[in-house]
Design a protein around this ligand. Structure first.
Ligand code: ANZ
Ligand code: ZN
Length: 875
């Protein structure tokens, strides 16, 4: 064809049409729109393939729902604060704001040229005072509700980024804790810091996961692990000259085996010991700032702990393997039954005392290796002879020093950042009044102009720092920390509901109608951080009476990674293919066709080529139709076939869209396009049938390839824009479309295989025979009978089946072999009809006469004809 599909022109033309008609704007009177949200991007300056994949998913789904007649809220905005902007500003001698604005403009352009259908009226940008004033407002409400804490804390410090990091922003790379952004090993520092008390919600956050049916199990499991809820006991050891140490243990049954006590380098006892000795102080400092958690790194102390049950004196160590933020930051060391305690005891030459034996009497490898399983308690006074479990309960009951407790791995959320490009924390430090929140009417506390410095630019800015106390009016200083950017994204989905709202961060009435988010789509790297924060904030807001839901999103799609030669495609790997390299729509079609949203997939030029060819092929079909003058009026069986195939496709494609199986959609549409082409070439097409086919495919393809959809629709004179058109409906409601489809496919495959095997060259005809009625009755009886039922007996006893006993018995035992697991089949007349309609496909392929009949008792095909699997004879 001379005139190919001109992607550039088509794209521009339809984007202009969409904009002119405001097709993506949400009707403000909508009562409960479908809320489809992709995680808004960090403003790094360019869209990458991961973005395109996420946003192609939300866009396809939003379009599908819109064509179904739903009101759809599909907004977009910018997660615009953050350290990279500051770094970029340094490198480019500009300021973070200008740099960020440039990035936003570029990214918005790229999104528009991808044809993503957003309601731009709802755009939000987190670095604007109109947005971040509500971060400050939120901070204050949390503060009033006792969910904010200011305390000195040992925090993770990245020397390169010169900032503190939340625990969740520290990665572990080959046993070393490193900064998630730059990979520099993290050290520890003690600073006064602001925290959000997410741990108050630890229980609810953990328990709520069980009810989040629309979330992938993998994500729920990551959150469960992150929260790390653990039942155990707290055991108090008296420590003369210090007080007491509380340890956390899940194995109180091993308490008689404790031969030492160890505390983490951050424990109060460690501080006390350091204060008493300069050498230890130095050693300790090294331990505290080290990012290694060496198993045997230890400081011996002069303190001892009194064993609560035996009164024995146990030495106390400071040990780096004891983690500050697990349990109570202290352990009782039971070398005989715990791996880490064992390694430590060997290195420190401490006694190893066995108190558990295997129940089956087998030998252990003690003292060379610890025995870590439950078993029978030994060497333990009154508890000797009990099973571990029983001993645990008994010890708990009898000793006040042992208390049941639940611990969490989850820590409070450290939100202080010593950086400029973030939301100022709305607090004044007054010498008399302490920390005083800034009154609501004085919000926002705006960021002052950027100053290039090495430390925190806010600290250098006297006119920002110096202020008066809102309570007593005397000279005071402003807080110079800014908020973690995860605060900005912890509630932005609520701002989208009413972005102009001025009386609060969002309109609570509307939020109660429109929340939760129906589908939330984003990268799998956010499984823990962001998705835990939004759950926490939603719950906190609900407890303040501002929201009526307690979970932010019903359905979550955690999107897999795009790979290139097996590696994640990313800026840092230097293997990025820009989304525009192949034309936006080809890229969209490709990313949606490649795999399930949750799966990773490999970028290949061939698949890109296929996505391109598919568009070309559809376009050519439609152009050819619009230029054709010759059509047929009468109706033939293969017209019925096409009609029915269309109905099947509509039902199945709709279901797949509803379940986010876009790659399935794409496969089906490619098959449908091929079928339409075959139909056209087989015989002069019937105009109505063919036109319906093309119009249907134009609509079905529109959510995943919107520009192409419009172009096809327009050439078919569909009227109006396809985005605004109604989703196609099937003429017949085909209940078992999938059974029909597999009957056709397997029968065609069987024919091909037979022809292949017998190697017939001059075919004359093909006879297809569906089974006799009684076989369907027997099949249905077998299929619906119980798992353990004797099939042959059941069938032979059924007096509804009238058939020759001998043949019935033979068939019944065949059925018994495949039961359970028999497939559902169609009734015989329907099988016959469907196959007659499909006969033209064989005629087209092999150029032969086809007959489709039902087998009769005496015909030679009757033995081989079974329900769902007709007999085939090649002549
Ligand atoms: C004594 C004991 C004896 C323990 C025994 C285990 C086995 P798991 O084992 O992963 O479920 N623990 C407690 N606080 C810790 C901290 N801050 N740093 C390092 N380890 C700590 O975790 C529970 C066990 O981890 C606890 O039970 C404690 O050792 C250790 F035969 O207490 B156990
Ligand atoms: Zn004051």
């Amino acid at each position: 064809m001379a005139h190919g599909y001109d992607h550039g022109r088509v794209r521009e033309y339809w984007q202009y049409a969409w904009e002119r008609e405001n097709v993506y704007e949400l009707d403000e009177d909508a009562t409960d729109p479908t809320y489809v949200l992709g995680m808004f991007p960090y403003t790094s300056g360019a869209l990458h393939m991961g973005h395109v994949r996420n946003y192609a998913i939300t866009d396809a789904y939003a379009r599908y729902r819109r064509m179904q007649g739903d009101d759809v809220l599909h907004p977009m905005g910018w997660d615009a604060f953050g350290l990279p902007a500051e770094n970029a500003a340094f490198e480019r001698m500009t300021d973070p704001e200008s740099w960020t604005r440039t990035c936003i403009d570029r990214m918005r352009d790229e999104m528009e040229s991808m044809g993503l259908g957003y309601d731009w009226n709802k755009e939000i940008t987190t670095c604007e005072p109109e947005y971040y004033r509500w971060n400050q407002w939120l901070f204050k409400r949390l503060y009033e509700n006792d969910l904010v804490e200011y305390r000195a804390a040992n925090v993770n410090w990245c020397p390169d980024c010169e900032t503190t990091l939340a625990d969740a922003q520290v990665d572990t790379d080959a046993d070393t804790n490193v900064c998630w952004r730059c990979g520099t090993p993290v050290t520890q520092r003690e600073l006064d810091q602001w925290f959000f008390k997410i741990t108050e919600y630890a229980d609810e956050l953990a328990e709520g996961l069980d009810d989040l049916d629309g979330w992938q199990e993998g994500v729920r499991e990551s959150q469960r692990n992150w929260i790390g809820r653990q039942e155990g006991t707290a055991i108090t050891f008296d420590v003369p000259n210090f007080g007491s140490i509380e340890v956390f243990s899940t194995r109180v049954d091993t308490i008689y085996g404790a031969t030492f006590v160890a505390v983490s380098p951050m424990h109060d006892l460690a501080d006390k010991v350091a204060a008493e000795s300069d050498t230890i102080s130095e050693q300790l400092e090294q331990m505290q700032t080290s990012s290694r958690t060496d198993d045997v790194d230890a400081i011996e102390t002069s303190y001892y702990a009194r064993h609560p049950l035996t009164g024995e004196e146990l030495p106390v160590y400071i040990a780096s393997y004891v983690l500050e933020d697990v349990g109570t930051g202290a352990v009782m060391g039971v070398p005989a039954h715990n791996e880490r305690d064992h390694r430590f005891a060997l290195a420190q030459d401490l006694p190893i005392k066995q108190v558990i034996e295997p129940v089956d009497g087998s030998e252990t490898n003690l003292p060379q290796e610890p025995y870590t399983k439950d078993g029978m308690v030994t060497n333990s006074e009154d508890y000797t002879g009990l099973a571990s479990e029983a001993a645990r309960n008994r010890i708990l009951d009898y000793h006040d020093e042992v208390e049941p407790t639940t611990t969490y791995r989850l820590r409070d959320w450290l939100i202080s950042r010593q950086r400029y490009w973030g939301t100022p924390i709305p607090i004044v430090h007054c010498p008399d009044c302490g920390h005083v929140p800034i009154p609501d009417e004085d919000l926002p506390v705006e960021l002052p102009e950027f100053i290039q410095t090495t430390g925190n630019p806010l600290e250098e800015n006297d006119s920002f720092v110096e202020t008066t106390c809102p309570e007593c009016g005397q000279q005071a200083t402003r807080e110079t920390d800014t908020m973690d950017t995860f605060v900005d994204s912890s509630w932005y989905y609520l701002r989208f509901l009413s972005p102009e709202y001025e009386d609060g961060p969002f309109d609570s009435d509307r939020a109660s109608d429109w929340m939760p988010i129906d589908v939330y789509v984003g990268g799998e790297e956010h499984a823990v951080l962001h998705l835990l924060y939004i759950r926490f904030i939603t719950k906190a807001l609900a407890d303040m009476g501002l929201l009526s839901v307690r979970e932010p999103t019903e359905k979550l799609i955690s999107v897999g990674t795009v790979l290139y030669n097996g590696e994640k495609m990313s800026e840092t790997q230097g293997n990025v293919i820009a989304p525009h390299e192949y034309g936006p729509e080809t890229t969209r079609l490709f990313v949606l066709s490649a795999a399930h949203p949750e799966q990773n997939f490999e970028w290949t030029a061939k698949d890109i080529g296929d996505a391109y060819d598919f568009q070309q092929m559809l376009y050519n079909l439609v152009v050819n139709f619009s230029e054709r003058s010759e059509f047929r009026d009468n109706r033939m069986p293969h017209d019925d076939y096409l009609d029915r195939a269309l109905d099947r496709a509509i039902i199945s494609v709709s279901r797949n869209y509803g379940q986010f199986r876009f790659h399935q959609v794409s496969t089906e549409l490619r098959e449908l396009a091929q079928l339409l082409r075959r139909y056209r070439d087989y015989m002069t097409p019937n105009k109505d049938v063919y036109e319906r086919g093309l119009q249907t495919i134009a609509k079905l393809v529109a959510p995943i390839a919107p520009h192409l959809g419009e172009e096809l629709w327009n050439r078919l004179r569909g009227g109006g824009l396809v985005v605004n058109s109604d989703w196609p409906t099937s003429v017949r409601n085909i209940d078992q479309y999938d059974v029909e489809r597999s009957l056709i496919q397997s029968t065609l495959a069987d024919v091909r295989e037979i022809i292949d095997v017998v190697n017939i060259t001059d075919l004359e005809s093909i006879d297809i025979a569906v089974a006799e009625d009684w076989k369907y009755e027997a099949h249905e009886l077998a299929r619906t009978s119980g798992r353990d039922e004797a099939i042959v007996g059941t069938i032979l006893d059924a007096d509804t089946i009238t058939a020759d006993r001998e043949r019935l018995a033979e068939y019944a035992s065949e059925l018994e072999q495949s039961h359970p697991g028999l497939d559902r089949v169609l009734p015989p007349d329907r099988e016959k009809k469907i196959l007659s309609q499909a006969a033209w496909l064989l005629d087209d392929e092999f150029d032969v006469d086809i007959s489709v009949d039902q087998a009769t008792k005496n015909s030679d095909l009757s033995a081989r004809a079974n329900p769902g699997k007709p007999a085939i004879r090649i002549n």
